[in-house]
Ligand binder design. Structure first.
Ligand SMILES: Nc1ncnc2c1ncn2[C@@H]1O[C@H](COP(=O)(O)OP(=O)(O)OP(=O)(O)O)[C@@H](O)[C@H]1O
Ligand SMILES: [Mg+2]
Length: 312
């Protein structure tokens, strides 16, 4: 079977009255297969939401092509839309309707059979902790509750593809965990999930494959293994020092860390190199200043991210 999402050389230029305008997407190509959880990462302004908006037929690309289940988002937007559900970054729920009616209407608009809507409603109200609020108007809900409802909506339907633009932002930890569980369940059932996130540990825990974009271009892509290998021999060190003096900080800086942050007696650093060299340096340091606590671990996605963008 061909890919569920196919993107070829996608460009988006937002013109401006003065200057060259903004090149939000600058030639992006990738494919996503059925049942994959695909993560799109990048700093603020990288072009993530623009890409989601193009793939969900809300914004037109300047050039390039994108297909959802084989349907071109520009030439066959209705067919493309029929196969997808989307949670946009900005909230879109009917403020004057109740929670329950929002869910019902969303299910009907997506042409779901009534029996499925009833069955899904029960599960969605429970899993998103919305049952007690089901008869309240959205207008009267807290911001976090509105976000729950907005994300809950896409689980009312059975579309083959789901787009989530920073879906868990503003959720409390319990609901966030439940949302991640739901996403995994849906992917196991064969739904394809395309998500953007600023939360690198979330991507690391959830995604089968990711791409990192910056200034509208792909700067890295692959599975988590491939991304980790980008950051091989990269270490993050946390130190608590008994009496840090300016001389101690000079020593630390002379080691040329990729990053160095300090607060009170604690120092966080990222290094590239051999672990044994790093341990030898620590031993030297401890003769200059007692080390109360020392922790070393391999790089995580956040370190990879900083390294990739810093290298540009
Ligand atoms: N409607 C628009 N008109 C003009 N410029 C736009 C428009 N939408 C987005 N942009 C610009 O395109 C670039 C990419 O924006 P986009 O919202 O896609 O980034 P993002 O990666 O989603 O960022 P964030 O992490 O902040 O959500 C930015 O420079 C933004 O200012
Ligand atoms: Mg965005």
């Amino acid at each position: 079977m061909s890919s569920v999402i196919e993107v070829q050389n996608l460009m988006k230029l937002f013109p401006s009255k003065r200057g060259l305008g903004t090149r939000a997407l600058d030639g992006i190509s990738f494919e996503v297969k059925r049942g994959e959880i695909f993560g799109l990462l990048g700093p603020n302004g990288a072009g993530k939401s623009t890409l989601v908006r193009i793939l969900t037929t809300i914004t037109r690309p300047t050039s390039g092509t994108a297909r959802i289940m084989g349907h071109d988002v520009v030439h066959s937007p209705l067919e493309a839309r029929r196969h997808l559900a989307v949670v946009l970054q900005e909230t879109a729920v009917e403020m004057l309707l109740t929670v329950r009616d929002n869910l019902l209407i969303y299910g009907h608009l997506h042409h779901q059979p009534s029996a499925l809507i009833r069955q899904r409603m029960d599960s969605v109200l429970d899993r998103f902790g919305l049952r007690e609020k089901q008869h309240e108007k959205v207008n009267d809900l807290s911001v976090g509750m509105r976000r729950r409802l907005q994300v809950a909506k896409v689980f009312m339907v059975d579309s083959p593809v789901v787009f989530l633009d920073e879906a868990t932002t503003g959720m409390d930890p319990l609901i966030k965990r439940e949302t991640l569980t739901l996403i995994r369940e849906e992917a196991r059932r064969g739904r394809t999930i395309f998500l953007t996130t600023q939360l690198l540990d979330e991507a690391e825990a959830l995604c089968h494959r990711i791409i990192i974009i910056n200034q509208g271009r792909i700067v890295a892509s692959g599975d988590m293994e491939a991304l980790r290998s980008l950051a091989s021999r990269m270490f993050r060190v946390t130190l608590t020092l008994a009496h840090p003096t300016p001389a101690v900080y000079n020593t630390l800086r002379a080691w040329n860390p990729l990053s160095l942050d300090s607060e009170g007696n604690s120092v966080e650093m990222t290094f590239k190199g051999e672990e044994s060299h790093l341990l030898a340096k620590m031993a030297d340091l401890s003769s200059q200043c007692p080390i109360v606590r020392f922790e070393i671990r391999g790089a995580d996605l956040e370190d990879i991210f900083v390294e990739l963008l810093g290298a540009k």
